[in-house]
Design a protein around this ligand. Structure first.
Ligand code: C5P
Length: 219
């Protein structure tokens, strides 16, 4: 049991980017590789959790036994997450979800024109904030924050606004952190706004640190 501290826990992890269609051949995406979320899902499964991984478009492969739901858009990811959230004990939202999507999706490929072209965007639904609103006291919710400036204040703000138990900050300013990298450098804040700063590590080692931070809350 000691090596399976998450045994019996239902865990939801999101990973990767979302793609928001413009027309049949184009989309708005981002540089998220999904590596951090997959490393987390694998580690949680190794530690005994019953993991469901909701993954945006990514070439990552999960190695441990877990349930995987592949999605494309923010709306798809929202639907997948809300369908299972009530049954989950712990949710970790690692995905880089698009904040905006094209207001209309063209059925046909948009033709090149002589003039400039304006694409109207509308807000996507904030999955994490929605889950935060619906969270029951026994449920643990962990969010990520990637910032380029004033990181710590944004991270703390997110923790409170989205009703999170932990927020994991990774800064683009740190060497060895971020998108395609195999390493990450994180800072974790808990609800008491206590801060733990970690060194640059391989993403599977970072996953262990995040699991330990979650265990500190549930044990
Ligand atoms: O507010 P911001 O997008 O920076 O918050 C990042 C956190 O919120 C991440 O955990 C991300 O997975 C989650 N998020 C989400 N749905 C969105 C936007 C962000 O779940 N539409």
């Amino acid at each position: 049991k000691k090596s399976m501290p998450f045994f019996g826990k239902k865990v939801l992890v999101t990973a990767g980017p979302t793609y928001e269609a413009i027309d049949p051949v184009r989309f708005i995406g981002n540089h998220s590789s999904g590596k951090m979320g997959f490393a987390l899902a694998d580690e949680l499964a190794k530690l005994g959790a019953d993991v469901t991984l909701v993954a945006g478009p990514t070439s990552q492969k999960a190695t441990e036994i877990l349930k995987r739901i592949d999605v494309v858009s923010a709306q798809n990811m929202f639907d997948a997450c809300t369908a299972i959230f009530e049954q989950t004990d712990i949710t970790v939202m690692c995905a880089a979800v698009a904040d905006y999507r094209p207001k209309t999706i063209s059925n046909q490929k948009i033709k090149k024109q002589d003039s400039d072209f304006n694409l109207e965007l509308e807000k996507t639904v904030d999955i994490l904030a929605t889950l935060g609103k619906n969270k029951k006291p026994h449920q643990i919710l962990v969010g990520f924050a990637l910032e380029t400036n004033d990181e710590e204040n944004y991270a703390k703000g997110k923790l409170e606004k989205k009703n999170l138990d932990l927020v994991v900050l990774n800064s683009l300013n740190d060497k060895g952190a971020g998108f395609k990298s195999d390493t990450n450098k994180i800072t974790i804040f808990n609800k008491a706004l206590e801060r733990r700063v970690f060194e640059v590590k391989a993403k599977d080692e970072v996953a262990k640190d995040i699991c330990n931070a979650i265990l500190k809350i549930i044990q």
